[in-house]
Ligand binder design. Structure first.
Ligand SMILES: [Zn+2]
Length: 449
């Protein structure tokens, strides 16, 4: 079975938006209620409660205690229990894999200080906050209907969408969410092979170096320039954010709280002008997200569509994000997302993604003669091979080395273990390369990701 999701913008009125916000609030409330109970019960009994059991309790209480949740679709208060159950499962699965358990922010800080990596931590579910910006609620497939560019939603009736669902198939579920000032519906469908699989336009073999200067550069020399939407918008964001802050300050002054510590639980009312100013901030954020997403999709589709095999580095994105100098630039291009898109699109085009071993020195090897430049620094954008004298562009050279992993399976430089392309490569699957051996050095074993 193949599933695809299409996210479509909804054409909303202020009434719709109010309705959606309320439903998101209900979802958040149910989640937090259940999580609060979990924590309580664990404190009392030392055991983890059963989520279905909690759901029963909630359903028995809701009519009397939370009658207002009936204004929103039923799934909004039921699905969060499933979400929470999944979150706990992830957490305990992490524990089984020997990760360190993190219950709160303070613990995370302490572990980081000890030098424990984020990837070695498992995070307990946390309460959802209104300001966290993940506003969404779930709809099961019997609660909504689609017809062309329209969707019928519970209690609201027919709403217009900006486009119709792109795929034909059986609707499995829906999810309504907000991004910036807009609301979207994500429709997940079960689709046939004919819809799911797409034809490739060419059968190349390519190495892809993901980075910051170019978001991606191919071994063919084709670059994909990072549009850096956040960096471009930074100044405007700061200006607009300042306008919001000034209005907030004015409110505080009116309340006699300016420059003083604000007692917890104090509600600071927002003036209409502050709300408007905030909308303008959100609009810039939404634009940044849209530019980035558009770029990521175009780049990844282009790479996957025309190649039979794509060789990429085993990027350690979480680790790189901890490097302060790199993290802002890295989030701006969204390398993690690019990698994710490459992998799921590979499935649709039946392209093989070959992930190089984490220790494969793709930047340091001379792609002409195989000499290894052990002195290469992160800041060296160009370097000259000591052995054969060729001058390399750092990123392009890395991309070529990645491609060579498959094109020159044996005998190139030291011993790059040979991937058996003739065998039957599992299309669309991700495989790890065996470790690379450097002459005179011990083999480092990669942790499989
Ligand atoms: Zn060389």
């Amino acid at each position: 079975m193949h599933t695809l999701t299409h996210k479509i913008r909804l054409k909303t009125t202020p009434e719709h938006e109010k309705f959606f916000s309320r439903a998101c609030g209900v979802a958040r409330f149910a989640y937090n209620w259940a999580l609060g109970k979990c924590n309580e019960i664990r404190l009392e009994t030392g055991k983890n409660p059963s989520i279905p059991e909690l759901k029963k309790q909630f359903n028995a209480l809701k009519e009397v205690e939370f009658p207002w949740i009936y204004d929103s679709p039923k799934d909004a208060n039921q699905q969060p229990f499933t979400h929470l159950q999944k979150a706990w499962k992830r957490f305990w699965d992490g524990a089984k894999q020997g990760k360190r358990l993190v219950w709160n922010h303070k613990q995370k800080k302490e572990l980081l200080a000890e030098g424990v990596k984020i990837s070695q931590m498992s995070f307990a579910p946390t309460f959802k906050r209104k300001k966290d910006n993940h506003h969404s609620f779930y709809l099961s497939n019997d609660k909504f209907a689609l017809e062309g560019k329209k969707v019928r939603l519970p209690k609201l009736g027919w709403l217009e969408m900006t486009e119709k669902v792109r795929f034909e198939g059986r609707v499995l579920s829906g999810n309504i969410s907000r991004e910036g000032q807009y609301w979207y519906i994500s429709v997940t469908l079960e689709v046939s092979d004919a819809v799911y699989f797409k034809p490739r336009t060419f059968d190349g073999i390519v190495g892809v170096d993901l980075g910051i200067k170019h978001a991606a550069i191919l071994s063919t020399g084709e670059p994909f320039e990072n549009p850096k939407p956040y960096r471009t918008a930074k100044r405007r964001l700061a200006i607009r954010q300042r306008r919001v802050s000034r209005k907030q300050e004015a409110q505080l002054e009116g309340m006699g709280l300016k420059g003083k510590p604000i007692p917890s639980g104090t509600k600071i009312p927002q003036s209409n002008n502050q709300k408007k100013a905030q909308t303008r901030v959100n609009r810039v954020h939404a634009r940044v997200v849209n530019i980035r997403r558009d770029f990521q999709h175009k780049t990844t589709t282009k790479i996957i569509r025309k190649n039979q095999v794509v060789v990429i580095e085993n990027l350690y994105v979480t680790g790189m994000l901890q490097n302060r100098k790199l993290s802002s630039a890295l989030s701006d291009v969204g390398l993690g997302e690019i990698r994710r898109q490459l992998e799921y699109k590979a499935l649709r085009y039946q392209t093989l993604i070959h992930v190089a071993d984490r220790w494969f020195p793709s930047s340091k090897l001379c792609s002409d003669c195989g000499w290894k430049n052990t002195e290469l620094k992160l800041s060296d954008r160009e370097w000259k091979c000591f052995e054969c004298g060729v001058v390399h562009d750092r990123d392009l050279n890395a991309a070529i080395n990645l491609r060579n992993l498959l094109l020159l399976p044996r005998g190139h430089s030291e011993s790059h273990a040979s991937p058996d392309l003739e065998g039957s490569p599992e299309m669309g699957s991700t495989r790890e390369m065996p470790p690379v051996r450097d002459a005179g050095q011990e083999t480092k074993h990669a942790e499989s990701a």
